[in-house]
Design a protein around this ligand. Sequence first.
Ligand SMILES: [Ca+2]
Ligand SMILES: [Ca+2]
Ligand SMILES: [Ca+2]
Length: 229
Amino acid sequence: MKKLVLAAVSAIAFAGVASSANAAIVVSAAVADDLHGATLAAHNQIMLDNFDDIDSPLTSYVGNIIEYPDEFQDPISTSAPPPYSGGIIIGGAANPVDNTNYASVQGGTSATYTLLGGATLRGFSFYMGSPDTYNKVTFFHEDGGSTVFEGADIWGGDPPGTGDRTQGFRVYYSFGTTKVTSIRFESSADAFEYDGLAGIVPEPATWALMIGGFGMAGAMIRRRKAALA
Ligand SMILES: [Ca+2]
Ligand SMILES: [Ca+2]
Ligand SMILES: [Ca+2]
């Protein structure tokens, strides 16, 4: 019996070492102008929430949403009184506007994106417009840890964030083995604008298989215990 427990403990310890080496959340790509998620399939991601017609039941979003066009008038000529601080721009000034609803975190405020019902994210991307060095994103891990990206680190730093409203890109994060339960968006000044939240959420079938697998492992341990007793 002691041997079995030791084996189980060392197996868990080994799994811990193996996963921590591959646990970091990192920026894996930044794709210019991909508001609507044309590149999502290539990253095995799906659109979860776009503040318009797509609203995943697996997620909740609490934060300021700019409703286009009601709260949004000519963002090129309007210089930045909240909540108009930096509309999300597609394709440069010649094709300037995210003409859909989007999120805008104003200075000194935050927004929270939460996975519901025990679901976790295994990868994430979002469309970030007018990137600013005072923006901040925090990923909260299932195991209680967190990963913080501030300023240029949010999108990998290239191009530099000047709040230029002609800049916008979809930023992809790979999670390694980390599972994320919520994401907080913050900004110390106006503003942090984004849209098109997307990611990797395991299919219900995957959960069923995993739960089934745990059940089988439990049954095997019980059988072994019975045989050893
Ligand atoms: Ca949702
Ligand atoms: Ca939208
Ligand atoms: Ca901005």
